[in-house]
Design a protein around this ligand. Structure first.
Ligand code: TMP
Length: 266
């Protein structure tokens, strides 16, 4: 499996060298971490589900003209993506107060925000990803003013797309985190949406019950994380419930038109 050169290993994914120049393979692990990896568990099946959910979302975004790193899914845990120079900023978009904004500003969890709010965090584990201002991004040259404008307008388009997608399946999009990178081709440079979009980096609440269908189940020791992720995938039409009367039904991947499932590596 690892005949390929590993370029980078993060908390939830591994990046391997790709088959062609300018590409890399993004491998989704089952590792779940929170609080800068102070909390860590292996959640069996998480990587497979996130690979599929992220593929589905990136394809949908591509169809509305958002440029992303996604090329194609290779197998159950891996995607072929464009090689990028990652911009070291986490872009968070919030529609409803939860998590760190609730704590920081004393806003009760669940409060509708007056409009979507974009926040930036500097990607640095040693510093616990501190919140930063556009001013820092500019002054330290992490991105140019033009790039920040593009990142912010894309983040809002992603928010509109995701909010609509999830609303259609009875899920409220509370907030999410995305990342961007630069692709260099000949003398051209463009900014692409990178990383992943999955219940690992979104807050998703059931519209009727407010049940959390995201990584807060792990952060807050609520249990049922994989079942919640499966629920999201089932509602998106990516998984079949596949209930064979088992205590914990094993969802079945809905077949797709790609040959990807045939050459799965695990
Ligand atoms: P926060 O409320 O903890 O700042 O999180 C905002 C959103 O960003 C939430 O959907 C979870 C996501 N997130 C990540 O994807 N990675 C992280 O390291 C953190 C802290 C949050």
């Amino acid at each position: 499996m690892s005949r390929r050169r590993k370029i980078y290993e993060g908390k939830a994914k591994i990046i391997y060298e790709g088959p062609e120049p300018g590409t890399v393979i993004q491998h989704f692990k089952d590792d779940a971490t929170a609080f800068n990896a102070k909390k860590h568990e292996i959640i069996e099946g998480k990587g497979v589900i996130n690979n599929r959910i992220s593929e589905y979302i990136f394809q949908g975004l591509g169809e509305i003209g958002v440029q992303t790193h996604f090329i194609k899914r290779l197998n159950m845990r891996e995607q072929l993506v464009h090689k990028l120079e990652i911009i070291p900023i986490e872009v968070v978009v919030r529609n409803i107060a939860a998590g760190s904004i609730s704590k920081r500003l004393g806003i009760k969890e669940g409060t509708q925000l007056p409009r979507p709010i974009i926040e930036f965090f500097y990607k640095d584990d040693d510093l616990d990803d501190p919140m930063i201002l556009e001013e820092h991004i500019n002054a330290f040259g992490w991105a140019s003013p033009g790039e920040i404008d593009e990142i912010m307008s894309t983040a809002l388009r992603v928010n509109d797309f995701l909010a609509g997608l999830f609303r259609g399946i009875g899920i409220r999009l509370v907030d999410f985190k995305i990342e961007f990178g630069r692709q260099f081709e000949e003398d051209m440079m463009r900014i692409l949406l990178a990383d992943e979009i999955s219940p690992d980096n979104c807050r998703l609440w059931d519209v009727e019950t407010n049940k959390k269908l995201d990584k807060d189940r792990f952060r807050q020791d609520m249990g049922g994380m994989v079942e919640a992720y499966q629920e999201v995938a089932i509602r998106l039409g990516i998984l079949n419930p596949g209930n064979n009367g088992e205590e914990r039904p094993k969802p079945v991947l809905v077949s797709s038109n790609t040959s990807a499932d045939k050459d799965k590596t695990d």
